[in-house]
Design a protein around this ligand. Structure first.
Ligand code: TPP
Ligand code: MG
Length: 376
């Protein structure tokens, strides 16, 4: 199966930039088509709210996914609930679609006592057991080898699971990319590698990162097929990913899917991209906005009425704001959780350190009721 030799390969794009289908589409159900829009819009609204909260100093850090909604939602929609999604950096919205409750998402952004990671992760690092979404690591590329190991284990255990392993273009220069793809191909592990190529790795553009910026070609070196898809065309993302998921599930082995999109904002809320990239490039991609493009497609099919997008957006913001208020009012993790969960009993040296820390926190007014000195 290669991009050139197989006549059945789904197309690189299905909708033109105005959302007009370029081919006759499969018989998708209307509700499913509309659902994709709602998921993309939810991602965008959550993202916008989180950015505002960060600017207001109420949460610490946001890695925006603005512009990448179709790449994430389209590909992730092709994974079944029993499958797994190993996140690179910006797939929190896919976790929401797969079942991560919004409350837990926002709690993670506040690192409060509802956060299932107990405030021990940097914010914006989601995990959710129920939707098979393991916690991601800031260390670039490590999830690639973890995902491959899990996929191989699923194969050995004869589980009918496919692992979608996500990473950015920058991660292709990390060790995990090489060892992950190599092992997966040798073992025929049931996984699909999803390289979200958004043009930039912080301030490094593709052309400065690699002498082969056609990332799909890198698959050849590992003995697996590689494909590229228009990452701002949600339907094309879905179809190609679905095809590769079916391929992996059949036992035929892994593949690499390169999703071409663009990071519209800075690398994170701590970054200022105007220092290193040209605004004209950003404006070019603004015209390819994935949500607008898909909304036009739905309008053309009679599935989205006048003003409906705005109504949907207002409903989503109302839901998000309700959850934000609840989570903001939730207490932070008690200080003592810092020394819990590692030893069955907190050892003397940690107890001593903790008590000293709690006294300092009390002096600075940062300790909360219940933090107290260790009641041990
Ligand atoms: C091993 C390692 N090296 C460097 C970094 C610093 N770093 C954080 S994100 C990033 C760039 C990631 O770019 P890409 O993989 O394209 O993902 P994107 O941020 O564009 O989604 C780098 C170099 C890191 N976190 N880990
Ligand atoms: Mg990138």
């Amino acid at each position: 199966m290669t991009a050139t030799s197989t006549p059945h390969v789904p197309r690189r794009r299905l909708l033109d930039e105005d959302g007009v289908p370029e081919v006759k589409l499969r018989g998708y159900a209307d509700g499913w088509l509309k659902g994709l829009l709602v998921h993309m819009l939810r991602v965008r609204c959550v993202d916008q709210r989180m950015l505002k909260l960060q600017r207001a100093g109420r949460i610490g850090f946001v890695g925006s996914m603005l512009g990448q909604e179709a790449a994430m939602i389209g590909t992730a929609a092709a994974l079944e609930p029993r499958d797994w999604l190993w996140s690179g950096l910006r797939e929190g919205g896919a976790a929401l679609m797969r079942g991560l409750p919004l409350e837990e998402y926002v709690a993670q952004m506040y690192c409060n006592s509802n956060d299932t990671a107990k405030g021990r992760q940097m914010c914006n690092h989601f995990q959710h057991k129920g939707s098979h979404y393991p916690s991601w690591s800031s260390v670039i590329g490590t999830q690639i080898v973890h995902g491959v190991g899990a996929a191989y284990a699923a194969k050995l255990r004869k589980l009918d699971e496919v692992h979608g392993i996500y990473f950015g273009d920058g991660a292709t220069s990390a060790n995990g990319f090489h060892s992950g793809l190599n092992f997966a191909a040798v073992w025929k592990a049931p996984c699909v590698f999803v390289c979200v190529d958004n043009g930039w790795a912080i301030s490094v553009p593709n052309r400065e990162q690699t002498a082969q910026p056609d990332f799909a070609k890198k698959a050849v070196a590992y003995g697996m097929p590689g494909f590229e898809v228009d990452g701002n065309d949600v339907l094309a993302c879905y179809e190609l990913m679905h095809w590769l998921v079916v391929h992996a599930r059949s036992g035929a082995g892994p593949a690499l899917l390169v999703v071409k999109t663009y990071r519209m904002l800075g690398h994170s809320s701590s970054d200022d991209p105007s220092k290193y990239r040209d605004q004209a490039e950003v404006e070019q991609w603004e015209r390819r906005d994935p949500i607008r493009r898909y909304a036009r497609f739905l309008e053309g099919r009679g599935l989205l009425g006048a003003g409906e997008l705005e109504q949907l957006e207002a409903r989503l913001y109302a839901e998000i704001d309700r959850v934000v208020h609840e989570q903001e009012a939730t207490a932070l993790m008690p200080l003592r959780s810092l020394v819990e969960d590692v030893y069955a009993e907190v050892p003397r040296h940690l107890r001593r350190q903790y008590n000293e820390f709690a006294r300092i926190a009390e002096r600075h007014g940062e300790a909360q009721k219940g933090d107290g000195a260790f009641p041990l």
